[in-house]
Design a protein around this ligand. Sequence first.
Ligand code: SF4
Ligand code: SF4
Length: 378
Amino acid sequence: MIIPTLGCPSSCSYCWSSDEKSPVMTIETVKDVVEWLKNFRDDPVTFTFHGGEPLLAGADFYRETLSLLTEGLCHMKIAFALQTNLWKMTPELATVLAEYKIPIGSSLDGPKELNDLQRSEGYFDKMMAGYEIAKAHGLSVQFICTFTSYSVDFKEDIFDFFLDNGLTLKLHPALPSLKSDDPDKWALAPEKYGELLVYLLDKYLENMDDIVIRNINDLCRCVFTSRGTVCTYVDCMEDTFAVGPDGSIYPCYRFVGMPEWVMGNVRDHPSQEVLAESEAGKRMHQFKERVDGECKGCKHIRYCRGGCPYNAIAPTGGEIKGVDPHCVAYKRIFDEISDRFNKEMFGSFGMGMTPPQPVPPEGAKPGIMALIQKIISS
Ligand code: SF4
Ligand code: SF4
C-alpha cells in the first residue's frame, strides 16, 4: 500500500485516516520504494494507492511513479489498484491511470441525502463528477459502502440504491478510531454488523442476477475453499505493508501516521526479518499468537484467522487484548453460510433420499449452492 498523502479535501464524519497537515510523497521516496523492493521478495505484488486522498498527489506524481515501479520492478509480477473519493479526478489523471488499467475503488454510502449526511455536504455530486470522468476514460470503478451505527437503520434503502443503479456493493463497517476523542460514535456494533451480513446474504440470494455483493462472495469463498481470501481473513502481517508519505513503513494503511507503528523506512531498504523484529512487527506477531490460542476451538479459524489486527488494537489504545471484536459478526455469517451449505449439499442426501441438489427446485428461493456456482463460474 502506498499512501502518497494523508490529506483529503473531504471531511467525512467518521473518517480516521486523514490529516490536513500531511505532506505529499516525493518522487525520491518512490525511488527508495523501488530500490527497497528490488531484493525484498519476488512474489507477485499489488500496489494499492490509498490515503487520505491519493489523487491529491496529482497527475505528474502518478505518471512518474507508475513508470518507476513498472520499469524498476519488471522482474516481479505487479498489479495496481487505487482507492479514492474521485473528487480530484481530472481527464489528465484518468488518462494516466487508464494507461495502466488501474481498477478504482471509491466510497459511496447510499442515496445522496444519506451519503452527504455522514460523509460531507456536496460529497455525492463531487464524487459523481469524478466518476463520469473515470468512466469516460474506460476506468473500472467499484464502490465501498460504509455502514455506520446511523445508516444501518436504512439498510434496505441502501441496498435498493445499489441494486437500482447497477452498482457492485462492497460494504465496510465503520470502525472505532485510534485517533478520535469519541471513537465509538459512528462505529457499527459487531452484533449489528452480523445481522447486516445475514440480511445482505438473503437480499443477494433474491437478486443474484442483478447485483454483486463482494463481501458475501468473499465469505462464501472462505467457507467453500476453507481458506481466507481477503486480508481480514488471513495472517496479513507477513504479506501487507504500507508506505506513508515520508517513506515510513507500517503494517497496513490503517496505522499510517501513528509513530508507534513505524516498522522502518524505505530509504534504509529493511529486509523482511528486520521489519519483523521492529516493535510494531513484534506486536503484529503477538496478534497471530493470540489468535492461535483464543480461536483454537472455533470451527472457522482456518478461514477467519481472528479477523483484522487493527480492529483488535483500535479499541484498546494500541494493546493486544483479544482478537477482532467483529468476531461475533464473523461467527454469525460463517455459521449461516456453512449451515446452509451443509443443509443444501448433504441434507437430502443424508436422509437417503436424493443426491445433492446444487440447483433448487423450480419456484424455490435460490440457495447458497446457486450462489457458489455463480462465484465459481465468474
Ligand atoms: S490490519 Fe486489517 S485491514 Fe490491514 S491488512 Fe491486516 S486485516 Fe487488512
Ligand atoms: S469467528 Fe471469532 S473465534 Fe472464530 S476464528 Fe474468527 S475471530 Fe476467532
